[in-house]
Ligand binder design. Structure first.
Ligand code: SAM
Length: 425
């Protein structure tokens, strides 16, 4: 533990301006904002990295100053103290603190605040804002394919203990770009990689569609209520100017899965009901269950990435578009938005299964904001309805929907149901 770490545990009250002064002093003098308690331990005890390895000593912790602040910030802060703690957090971000680094308990600073009941506090908001900023910045960085400073060059200029820009970049990019990622998920795992997913055998079991070998949940019936919300949103796009219903109602659903939302859509008898589905086992299910024979159904066989261009050139427009696929990432959704603006009628509604980052609440909320920003760039305004999710989706319960499934993709108490419409409508 270093003086910086001690300071972040708030040893004295009241928490006043001297805390910010001290913090700035340490950071200005070269202590990284990401300096961990474990690194400090090694430095104080003269332990070389190689010794740790040979003695097989596990790092005691990966706790950064921001983790400590979140862990130790008193619950009975006065308003003045709150402003000081806010300033400390902002200062740490100014000096490069990571909003989504995880500690030994696999908690980010935001997770710790939620656990301690600070979800609605301005401190949590600061971390959320930092997450949104970091993601937007990373996207710009990768758009322009920016070069990072050569690691060796950096090592000559700085103490080797200082985390290199590239390694920070990599870990932040990793956690943000793969929000539904478990520790044992290799990049080529079916849940992460479309091609390997499309080559994986699927199995319909009671209440779920899963991958045969790994038992990853592709779709599960606990989402039925959420699908109903999605279906209801799509048909709101059939209403023109308040009360008049469109004479032709077209709906597009991307990702058939268990056919839950498609069955609901059929009950509303749209003029045309397009279903885009890529997986051969799911397409077989569509055939076996007679979907090809339904008079108002058009099946688009293949990935939406390969199917939607043709639709654009056919001049088909939709009252409602729903998107719920598997093993895709937010970068795929960003591509999809180009099609959404081209295919949606002016009063149409776009909705999707909002599972972005939903295996960690802070990341789920960062994505909630990002979607808002990104859709607004396309002239679409998204509104969210908060929906409590079944208790059985939370793994800490005795009986959980994940009992028979290897990979869970949900661990948040509230679902944010999205509904997007063009801004002027
Ligand atoms: C979560 S399930 C959809 C569940 C569906 N909403 C329901 O109500 O049952 C995801 C589906 O998307 C399909 N899929 C995955 N990637 C796709 C892509 N790029 N294009 C089209 N379908 C895709 C999967 O094969 C799977 O059937």
């Amino acid at each position: 533990m270093s003086d910086l770490h001690d300071l972040c545990k708030f040893p004295t009250r009241p928490i006043d301006g001297s805390y910010v002064q001290q913090l700035r002093h340490y950071l200005k003098n070269g202590i990284p904002a990401t300096y961990t308690v474990e690194e400090a331990y090694k430095v104080l005890n003269n332990i070389e990295e190689s010794e740790l390895e040979s003695d097989n000593i596990e790092p005691a912790t990966t706790t950064t100053p921001l983790h400590l602040i979140c862990q130790h910030v008193p619950k009975d802060l006065t308003n003045d103290e709150l402003s000081i703690v806010q300033e400390m957090i902002s200062t740490l971000f100014e000096y490069g603190a990571g909003w989504c680094f995880t500690d030994i308990n696999n908690n980010t600073p935001g997770c710790i605040l939620i656990e301690r009941g600070f979800h609605d506090s301005p401190l949590y908001q600061l971390i959320l804002d930092a997450g949104v900023r970091a993601e937007l910045l990373l996207r710009k960085v990768s758009e322009y394919d920016m070069e990072f400073i050569d690691e060796e060059e950096v090592a000559l200029q700085h103490d080797e203990e200082v985390p290199q820009p590239e390694s920070i970049e990599e870990s932040v990019k990793d956690i943000v770009e793969n929000p539904v990622k478990e520790i044992d998920d290799a990049p080529d795992a079916p849940s992460q990689n479309q091609q390997s997913y499309l080559n994986t055998k699927l199995e319909y079991v009671d209440n779920a569609l899963i991958t045969k070998d790994r038992k990853d949940g592709v779709m599960m019936s606990w989402e039925t209520n959420l699908m109903q919300l999605g279906c209801d949103s799509l048909f709101k796009g059939a209403i023109i100017e308040g009360s008049e219903t469109d004479s032709e109602i077209n709906v597009l659903n991307i990702g058939f899965g268990m056919g839950i939302i498609d069955t609901m859509i059929q009950h509303q008898s749209p003029t045309k009901h397009y279903i885009c589905e890529a997986h051969p086992d799911v397409l077989k299910k569509l055939k076996d269950d007679g979907w090809y024979e339904k008079p108002n159904v058009v099946i688009l066989e293949g990935r939406w990435q390969d199917q939607l261009d043709a639709l654009m050139s056919q001049g088909v427009f939709f009252n409602g578009i729903y998107y719920d696929t598997f093993s895709e990432h937010y970068s795929d959704m960003l591509e999809l938005f180009d099609y959404i603006v081209g295919l949606l009628k002016p009063y149409g509604v776009f909705s999707f299964f909002n599972g972005l980052g939903a295996d960690r609440q802070i990341i789920y909320e960062v994505y909630k904001k990002l979607v808002e920003i990104d859709l607004e760039n396309y002239g679409l305004k998204v509104t969210y309805t908060n929906v409590p999710v079944p208790k059985e989706t939370l793994q800490e319960n005795d009986k959980s929907v994940w009992d028979e499934v290897k990979r869970s993709y949900w661990s948040c108490p509230v679902y944010y149901h999205p509904e997007a419409k063009f801004i002027d409508i």
